[in-house]
Design a binder for this molecule. Structure first.
Ligand code: FE2
Length: 325
């Protein structure tokens, strides 16, 4: 669906509050700036204002070849893990997802703190020792997948985001890396800039006024988009002819933040809670010999605690959602 048709479709809907989450069709006229991964001040300033940022050229051609080869190999060897086998996929209508590939593939470990985006991740989460791992998955929107529009939504949020001062650092960050080119007609990651402190998309639309825009992010393979999980976003419709592959990694903020008020030692923000109750970290990362790596993989949910207590038992892993082997 092209932008004009989408605009008309959405304008028809915009008077209906029941349909507001599907967008208002006010598409950004200009693409946002694409920052170099080394421009940490520029990245921080843009992100702090808009709730997302685009970083150019994060992945090399060799890494893109490796990761696309990983998709081809694992879709052939482990179709169930991608939702391609007889087992029902855990994410219906959202294309293919390989959830938790880190469990069995140490070849992916270097990507978890990738030099193209990790310095920016640390800066946005409050410092080098503040970034924590949450989740890592691969997704594919195949050609002619027949998947429907994805509603605008936000991911996990914390209630204090409406009142805390300062707002930064964020609670969770998600990094979406494009592994294939995303051009008009390709399903694009789409954000509503400055929408991370609104309860509903309609609130954002009415409060932002003329500044409200829906911004589909077109960019070549290797680009990384970092967004605050509270920012409203969706997968913007493609024309069905162009497939898309994306690597998604979520990060949380670690450590306690002290109050900025004078004459107090009161701590005001605890480490961000776990993003999910099912995501597991493999033994080689959770119990790594390097304390910095252990700290990065230290946000264990209760499923992880039980798996660790079992000695990382295969049977316990298999009993958990998405623990397939
Ligand atoms: Fe999302």
């Amino acid at each position: 669906m092209n932008a004009r048709v989408r605009l008309e479709k959405q304008q028809n809907r915009s008077g209906d509050p029941q349909r507001a989450d599907q967008g208002f069709g006010r598409i950004a006229e200009e693409p946002p700036p694409h920052f170099a991964g080394t421009d940490l001040d520029g990245i921080y300033a843009f992100f702090a204002r808009n709730g997302y940022v685009v970083i150019a050229g994060c992945l090399s051609s060799g890494e893109l070849a490796h990761l696309n080869g990983f998709y081809d190999r694992t879709q052939r060897e482990r179709p169930d893990a991608w939702g391609l086998g007889p087992r029902k996929p855990h994410h219906r209508h959202q294309g293919l997802i390989f959830s938790q590939p880190l469990l069995d593939y140490p070849e992916l470990d270097p990507y978890t703190r990738h030099p193209g985006s990790y310095p920016a991740v640390c800066r946005l989460l409050g410092g080098e020792d503040r970034a924590r791992f949450s989740e890592f998955n691969f997704r594919e929107t195949p050609k002619n997948a027949g998947i429907g529009s994805q509603n605008f939504h936000h991911d996990a949020t914390r209630p204090d985001r409406f009142t805390r001062v300062p707002y930064m650092p964020v609670d969770w960050l998600c990094a979406v890396h494009y592994l294939t080119d995303v051009e008009p007609g390709t399903p694009a990651f789409c954000v509503v800039p400055m929408s991370n402190r609104f309860e509903t998309l309609r609130d954002a639309y009415e409060s932002l006024g003329d500044a409200y825009r829906e911004a589909p992010l077109f960019a070549p393979a290797g680009t990384c988009i970092l967004y605050d999980t509270a920012t409203w976003h969706c997968r913007y419709d493609g024309d069905g002819r162009r497939p898309r592959r994306t690597w998604h990694q979520y990060y949380a903020r670690g450590g306690w933040l002290p109050s900025s008020l004078p004459h107090t030692d009161r701590y005001v923000r605890p480490p961000t809670p776990c993003l999910t109750d099912w995501n597991l970290f493999p033994e080689r990362l959770a119990l790594h010999t390097d304390p910095a790596v252990r700290l990065f993989f230290s946000h264990w949910n209760t499923a992880q605690c039980e798996w660790v207590a079992s000695g990382f038992s295969d049977a316990v892993r298999r009993s958990m959602p998405r623990g397939y082997m």
